[in-house]
Every structure is written in C-alpha cells, then in structure tokens.
Ligand binder design. Structure first.
Ligand code: NAI
Length: 324
C-alpha cells in the first residue's frame, strides 16, 4: 500500500475548507500518509485559494507532500483517492429550493463527469455541500464507473450534535454515549434516534428517563441546531462541520470501534424499507475504507413515521433535481 494519498477538496477557498485543512494535514483523517493536496474552487476565488496555499506553506506540515490549486476539475481530480466536496452554491434570499437543487445539481453533474473520467476507480467521495444528500446522489449517478459504495454524504455533524446533547442531558462525557443514529436527510426532517443507543452501557431512554424530552425537545434541537448556531454566531456552522468531516473520513478509513456505529449518508439498498437509489443517512459500521449498513434494528411506529417524513423529502428533492 502506498504511503501517499491524493486528496482533492472542493470549495477550498471557503470557510469549512479553511477549518478542515489543518485537521487533514495533521494526520487526523488518514494517519501518517503523505498528502498530495488538490484545492478546487471557482475562478473568482483564485486569489483566495492562492492565499490559502501560502498559509499551507507557512504551516510547514510534514505530511503535506504537494499542492495544486485551480478551478479545472479534470486537472485536479486526476488520480484522486479521496474527494471532499465542500464547494457549492449557497441559498440566497428569495431563492426557491428547486432553484438551489438545479444550480447545485449542475455543479455536481459537471464534477461527477470529471470524477468519472479521471479519478481512480476506487476513489472515495464525501459530499458536504448542501443539499448534501441530493448533491451526492447526482454525483454518484453521474460518475457511473465508480461503485455506488464509494459515495457518501455528511450527516456526522448531526450525529455529533445528538451525542453531545445526550451527554449534556445525562451529565456524562461524550465517550459514555454510544450508538445514536441520524436517519434520512441532512435537513430539518432528519430523525435523530436514541432508541438503540446507550449511556454508560444503559439504554438512553432508561438512563435519561424523560420521554417528553427525548421525543420532542431533543429531536427538534438536533434538527434545528444549524439555525441555532447561525442565529448566535451570525454565521453558519464551520468549526463543527470541519470536525465532522474529519470524524467521517477517519472512521470510514480506519473503521468504527467494535460494537459501535456512526451515521453516514449512503446509497440506499432497500435496508429498512427505504427505496433504492436515495442517499440516506443510516447507522453504519466501517472497516478498511468500507461501510456496512447496520441491519436488524427494530423500528417502532414513532420511528417509522419520522423516517417516512424524511424519506418523502428526499424523494421530492430527487424528483426536483432530476426533472428537466
Ligand atoms: P463558503 O461559502 O464559505 O464556501 C463555499 C466555497 O465553495 C466558496 O469558496 C465557493 O467559491 C466554492 N464553490 C462554489 N461553487 C463551486 C464549484 N462549482 N466548484 C468548486 N467550488 C465552488 O461555505 P462553507 O461555510 O464552507 O460551507 C460549504 C457548504 O457546506 C455549504 O453548501 C453549506 O451549506 C454546507 N454545509 C454542510 C454541512 C453538513 O453537515 N452536511 C454543515 C455545514 C455546512
């Protein structure tokens, strides 16, 4: 196995890119592999991208083997092992959801074509840019020569938010909380599910012993946490998003701990009755840069209804994104 890895980050002139690159370059995703870094952004961001490159030089990162920057997908995706798609078009006031889906859909079609043509055939992709699930679906459907198993969308931030809220409520540490799940879309319809999780080895529902909280305030808080951060910071989630990108890549690559799972948006295979061909957040276990959807979890009526709602939303996003 090579001691180098070719990684492309899109939207690298943006905020999350800026917060993520130091995590990547200090070995927190792929250990001590040397990194051939490719930074992609739009032509208008060229000067910012050059500034980022200057700072990366000044970081004197021992793991940084080479840097290429630019706006040409075909040049920057060449032979990549990992592509992290952070770049996208933001929602502007007055924009309809369909417009956002169409604009980003076109970006992801173009990038999917380039990925399909020049990336390594076992290249792994993580989509962060919103609407993350549907952008990822378009990417996966466009880059047809790369297996569907190689594509994922980021719901790890939601997952981390859920763990953290439970730890705060339980008054315990983060590592005491295990196996919460984010089902569905990275949006306010996501379903943060505590039914299969534990605190200090005890069922979360038993440990917290507050059904009203767990079935209402907890779920809503996690669903709307992005808005809460935005209102307070007058800026979207950046540090926590970059940290989640790092966690997602680290666990996918190195594997999850025995008996533990994490949430990832992945290509649905019919598990839990979700229609095939959606990028859906599931509980997964990982090993050797592969994931498996956790099977056999019992879903009660409450959970089924929540999952139905987020599935409907993903189906309608898909319909909008794929309609001419
Ligand atoms: P930002 O606006 O600071 O950066 C986005 C960058 O993407 C900009 O530099 C822009 O020029 C670039 N870009 C736009 N079109 C591009 C294209 N076609 N190719 C390459 N680059 C392109 O935004 P920020 O804060 O870094 O967020 C990035 C994305 O991540 C947004 O879509 C945001 O909604 C999403 N996000 C997703 C989260 C998740 O949990 N999945 C959490 C937080 C943010």
């Amino acid at each position: 196995e090579s001691d180098e890895i070719n990684v492309c980050v899109t939207g690298a002139a943006g905020q999350i890119g800026y917060a993520f690159l130091p995590l990547l370059l200090t070995g927190q995703c792929f250990g001590d592999k040397k990194i051939n870094l490719r930074l992609l952004d739009v032509p208008q961001a060229e000067s910012i991208l050059q500034g980022v490159e200057l700072e990366l030089q000044d970081g004197a990162y021992p793991l940084l083997k080479s840097i290429k920057t630019g706006s040409d997908e075909t040049a920057l995706f060449k032979d990549v092992d990992v592509a992290v798609f952070i770049g996208g078009f933001p929602r502007k006031p007055g924009m309809e959801r369909k417009d956002l889906l169409t604009i980003n859909g076109n970006i992801f079609k173009k990038q999917g074509q380039a990925l399909n043509t020049v990336a390594k055939k076992n290249c792994k992709s993580l989509v962060v840019a919103n609407p993350a699930n549907t952008n990822c679906l378009i990417l996966a459907e466009t880059a047809k020569s790369i297996p569907k198993q190689n594509f994922s969308a980021l719901t790890r931030l939601d997952h981390n938010r859920a763990i953290s809220q439970i730890a705060l409520k339980a008054g315990c540490s983060i590592t005491d909380v295990k196996n919460v799940i984010i089902w569905g879309n990275h949006s306010t319809t996501q379903y943060p599910d505590v039914n299969h999780g534990t605190v200090l080895g005890k069922r979360i529902r038993q440990f917290i012993n507050d059904e009203a909280y767990l079935n209402n305030a907890f779920i809503e808080r996690v669903q709307k946490r992005g808005g809460e951060v935005l209102a307070a910071r007058k800026n979207s989630s950046v540090m926590s998003a970059a940290n989640a990108v790092k966690d997602h890549l680290h666990d996918w690559y190195f594997g999850t701990k025995a008996g533990e799972f994490v949430s990832m948006g992945v290509y649905s295979d019919g598990s839990y009755g979700i229609p095939n061909g959606l990028i859906f957040s599931y509980p997964v276990t990982c090993a050797n840069f592969n994931y498996q959807i956790v099977q056999g979890l019992h879903l009660d009526e409450f959970s089924k209804e929540k999952i139905r709602i987020t599935t409907e939303e993903l189906l309608s996003e898909k319909a909008d994104a794929f309609s001419p």
